[in-house]
Ligand binder design. Sequence first.
Ligand SMILES: *Cc1c(COP(=O)(O)O)cnc(C)c1O
Length: 493
Amino acid sequence: MSFYHSTRSSADPVTSKQAILAGIAPDGGLYVSDELGGRSLSLDEVCAQDYHDTARLVLGTLLDDYTGDEIARCVEAAYGPQWDTTEICPVSPLGTDWLLELYHGPTCAFKDVALQMLPQLMGVARGADGERIMIVTATSGDTGKAALDGFAGVDGMGVTVFYPAGKVSDIQRLQMVTQLGGNVAVCAVNGTFDDCQGQVKRVFADHELAGRLAGRGVALSSANSINVGRLAPQVTYYFDAYAQLVRREAIRVGDEVTFCVPTGNFGDVLAGYYAKRMGLPVRRLIVASNANDVLTDFLTTGTYDRRRDFHKTISPSMDILVSSNLERLLYFASDGDCELVASLMADLAEKGVYTVPDRVMDEIRSVFSCGRADDEATRATIRDAWRELDALIDPHTAVAKHVLDATPNDGTERVCLSTASPYKFCADVLAALGEVTDGMNGFACMDALEQLTGTVAPPQLSGLRAGEVLHDDVCDPDRVGAFVESACARVFL
Ligand SMILES: *Cc1c(COP(=O)(O)O)cnc(C)c1O
């Protein structure tokens, strides 16, 4: 069986179930397993099977203290009829490249791939009579709804989401406030996303609150993208996309493929690196950033420097200054040098900057390339993709496509990861296509986008029109803890 330990110390190994329940290691590091490179999957096997088979194979390999039956049940529950295609993550042509469509889940964003699975994995790990768990999360838009949908109705668990009042799109707000389920809670906060995030961190650090909740058999946890239970499910679609290219006869088994990934917290592209270490023939992984280009600078210079201005962009899910999952790459690229990782992370915390030794950067650069797209380039890419390729893409996907187009093609097949439905960002997509959207609400933009392009909005989004608003709570930042406590009382009564 493989064990997980912190990126900052190899002491105190835990099983994958324990790592998934804990989320983050006690020393603040991220859970990793050293067996990763020793577990090559058979490409012939992967290419002969469907998404669900590959999900069972990948998860069974990475999380090997789960039984085959447990994994099979999780896969069936996570990738069922709530997806609008049985292929789950289909690949389609995009000019001379390929588009990997990760937005066919219940909330139309790629986070569904992981957040439909994480609650299942947590549910099995806590066992039938374990502590009850309340997931608490702050969201700037996408994560909140994906977490609500994933955890709704899961036995013994609840989910509470905070979003900044007036600072998410119409559609994103409606997705959250119409969420069904007896174990969900949603609250708008009078403040910014940072206020929400800061308050949620305080809730996790509040020992008195934790003590009161423990007295009622409830523990708080997070669904953050550093959880191995969110990372592992994302490895599946790299293998499955490869299998689809083989079946389309675009490549032969063994050929290398390049992936370009719109990146924020570095979870998605790191899953591609895991796939490579598990035997997938990956030529390069291209990290695409928006104007928050801290990763582009890092990959170019070897220095990670978060001391910079934060830019609000039209690809908000990538507006991030600290890409947490990068810590796992530093661990693997340094051959498991926990001491080095710990000292780099201490530098980041104390000085806001760290510099990685050349030998580690050489290893990283042998796999990773990078590039950036500002909002103007992103809009131009949305427009050109529609006019020239008949492809309607969202702003996050457009960042990746811009970077991919700017990367010289060395003859390998290339896959651009598409992380959200364009209908989640109707107003910005319409504006990119040259339409005026002043004063139009979310549904007016949705109608206009359908009319202009002759495409159809996903029913998960157009259906929100008929949705009943079930959550109208609003609180000040200093009431976030009290809201969590009352949500726990209500959900776990
Ligand atoms: C979260 C998100 C990303 C960034 O993914 P990371 O794993 O954080 O790098 C990109 N696009 C969309 C639409 C997202 O929701």
